[in-house]
Design a protein around this ligand. Sequence first.
Ligand SMILES: Nc1ncnc2c1ncn2[C@@H]1O[C@H](COP(=O)(O)OP(=O)(O)O)[C@@H](O)[C@H]1O
Ligand SMILES: [Mg+2]
Length: 367
Amino acid sequence: MQTYLRLENVVKQFGQFTALQQISLSIKQGEFVCFLGPSGCGKTTLLRSIAGLEPVTSGCIFQAGVETTHLPPEKRDFGIVFQSYALFPNLSVRDNIAIGLQNKGFTNIECINLVDKWLEIVGLLSEANKYPNKLSGGQQQRVALARALALSPGLLLLDEPLSALDAKVRSHLREEICQLQRKLGITTVMVTHDQEEALAMADRIVVMNNGVIEQIGTPQEIYEKPASRFVADFVGTTNFISVSMINQHLMRIGEDLLTVPEQLQDLAISGCIVDLAIRPESLYFCEKGKETISVNIEFIEFQGAYCQVECKLWGDLSAHSIYVNVPIREARKLNLMVQQTRYLAMDITHINAYPSEKIMLKSVVAT
Ligand SMILES: Nc1ncnc2c1ncn2[C@@H]1O[C@H](COP(=O)(O)OP(=O)(O)O)[C@@H](O)[C@H]1O
Ligand SMILES: [Mg+2]
C-alpha cells in the first residue's frame, strides 16, 4: 500500500513548552491509525497539526504526495470529528450536514441527495429534521461523523470521538466506525487515551508520551513486544518483577533460581538487575517445581469470569505486587486462599525485560 500521510520531524512549541518533539511517521492509504497516550502527551496537538488547525514550529507534512505543511485547513483534504459533537444547535440534523456541502458549492438537489445518503449510512434518516438537543450522545456523534464524511475527504480525523459516551453506546459505535472505515477504505487517524479502544480498532497504534513517539506497531506488536517500560505499563496490565542475573543461564527471583529465557540472554549480565515484564494471563499457579516462583497470596478479587489474585514474592514484602488472572473454573479447582504460600509458573515466550527501575532511581539519586 502507498503512503498517504507522512510527517517528518514535526516539532510544535507553545512558547517555551515543546508539545511535540521531532515526530516522524508514515500512514498508508486506507490505514486506521490510533494515536494513544496519557492525557497531555500531545495527541490532539499532533492531530490538529495534520489538519492545519495548529501551525507547526518546524518539520514537514505531506498528504497524498503534496506538501501541506503551510496550507490553511480549508485547503487541506480532511473531515474531522471532536469529542464534544460540536454540532450547530440551531440547525436540524439535515442542515448540520448540508451546510458544509452548500459552502463547497453543491447545488440544492446534490445536497439533499448527499445528506440522505450519509444519514442512511449512519442510520439516522428518520431523525433528519430533529435538532441536536433531541438526540442522544451516540446519535449526535453519528451526525458529526456523517458531516465529516459528506464531502468525501481523503482523510478522516477523529479526536476521542467516543470518550463522552457511556460504555454500551461506546462499544456499539466503535464497531460501526470500524465497519464504515473498512467499507469506505478511508485513511483514518483517531486520537484516544483508551488503550482498549486502540487495541480493538487500529491497524497500527502510535504510542505517545511527553510529546515523543514511544512505539509504532500493530496492536499485537504493541501488546506482546512493548518497546519500552512505559508502553508495557500503559498498554494493558503488566507485572514488573525484579530479578537478579546470576549468569547467562540462571536468574534469581525472590528466593528461587530459574532458567533465563532465551530471548533475555543478552540482558543476562552477571550481577545485573532487570525487571521482567509479564502479563497477568502469562502467569499460572502450579505445583512447586524447578521453574516456579514462590509467592504469598495477599488478596483475591472476584471479577466474574476470572479471579484477580494479588501476590507478593515469598519473603519480600517490599516488592511490587504481582497480579495473576485465574479463570474462574481453574480458581475453584485450585482452592486459593489469602495468606497461603503458592507457586507460579511463567509462560516464558511472553516475557519481556527492561532495565530495573530500582537502578534508575539509584542513578537519579546519585547525580
Ligand atoms: N494552545 C496551547 N497553548 C499552550 N499549551 C498547550 C496548548 N495546547 C496544548 N497545550 C499543551 O500541550 C500539551 C499537549 O496537549 P494535547 O495535545 O492537548 O494533549 P492530549 O491530546 O494528548 O491530551 C499539554 O501539556 C497542553 O497543556
Ligand atoms: Mg486531546
